[in-house]
Design a protein around this ligand. Structure first.
Ligand code: XIL
Length: 312
């Protein structure tokens, strides 16, 4: 059958999957990543709560397993994520400003240096803006360090690996509106002041049938700043159990994401947030919804897979 990484390679589009390294031992899962991915990203094992659960004690075991897999199979390795309010151990939030600033910089330096030469791009800051376009007040970094933590994070990452691409990553950026406008304003300001930022990640956690018609225009305005963009965490949730109409709508949405990325010079790839509906994070986080990926719970391809094949 059609191989996503191969057909997308013709248009130099990265095809990524979020991977849980332990699932690579499951033959059906492994086979799909082996075959269809040109890029892998850790679904969880590069997050702060895993890599530095206790201050100064590093655990790169899971991440190293994924890095080794990527090396041995010729996949690009994307880094997710360095500074995020979620999946963050409690000790960080308890620090005062000078200690938190030092801990943040040390976390970034240690993790970026560990994967230097292999992670080609990092989500340096994840989800810093709230839905209404204000800074996320609930982030310990925002609350304790203020707005400046974002540029400090990018500068620290750049010093640790000047060759890595450095990205800001967030969800619900697809439509032009308060949130994407705020991210646009923020990254415009960073670019204008020569803060080392290269890219913006559009997570793309979508609900079936909700994409507007301004996605391309929205991507393009970020590219016009001199940045690259990519879809970093795409899934399309639909009510479960899924019916044929919802599966068809979902297929259309996946196709739109891929074809829109292809239509924008500077949109470098599409990463799916998982392989199979069997292990998707969606049902747990959005009760009543699921079936959000290209392969179903039994590893059969869905209409969404065919739509992606058509689109690339
Ligand atoms: C999710 C993972 O898929 C889950 O396994 C975990 O329990 C919670 O995080 N935005 C992000 C990702 O940037 O890291 C999140 O991943 C999904 C939302």
């Amino acid at each position: 059958g059609p191989v996503l990484a191969e057909i997308a390679g013709g248009s130099a589009l990265d095809i990524g999957f979020a991977v849980a390294p332990e699932l690579l031992d499951e033959p059906e899962y492994r086979e799909i990543v082996d075959t269809h991915a040109s890029l892998v990203v850790a679904e969880n094992v590069m997050k702060w709560e895993t890599t530095e659960r206790v201050q100064g004690q590093w655990d790169f075991a899971g991440a190293d397993t994924l890095a080794q897999y990527a090396r041995e199979h010729g996949k690009k390795l994307y880094g997710h994520t360095l500074v995020w309010h979620s999946q963050l151990p409690d000790w960080v939030a308890a620090l005062d400003a000078p200690a938190m600033q030092a801990a943040m910089e040390e976390h970034i330096r240690t993790q970026v240096e560990h994967f230097k030469g292999q992670v080609f791009a990092w989500d340096v800051v994840n989800e810093a803006i709230d839905d209404d376009g204000t800074r996320r007040a609930g982030s310990p970094f925002q609350a304790t360090l203020g707005d400046g933590y974002i540029e400090d994070a990018f500068r620290t990452a750049h010093e640790a690996d000047p060759d890595a691409q450095l990205c800001y990553n967030d969800y619900d950026l697809e439509a032009i509106g308060p949130k994407s406008d705020a991210v646009y304003a923020m990254v415009s300001d960073l670019v204008a002041r020569d803060v080392p930022i290269d890219c913006v990640g559009f997570q793309g956690h979508l609900t079936g049938g909700k994409l507007g018609d301004d996605l391309q225009e929205n991507l393009q305005r970020f590219v016009d700043l001199g940045l690259t963009v990519r879809f970093t965490e795409v899934d399309v949730r639909i009510p479960t159990p899924p019916n044929d109409a919802d599966l068809a709508q979902q297929a259309e949405d996946f196709g739109t994401v891929v074809s829109t990325c292809l239509a924008v010079e500077g949109c470098l790839g599409v990463t799916f947030w998982g392989v199979t509906d069997r292990y998707s994070w969606v049902p747990q986080w959005f009760p009543g919804y699921g079936a959000a990926l290209l392969w179903d719970e039994d590893y059969a391809t869905k209409p969404a897979f065919d739509a992606v094949v058509e689109a690339v």
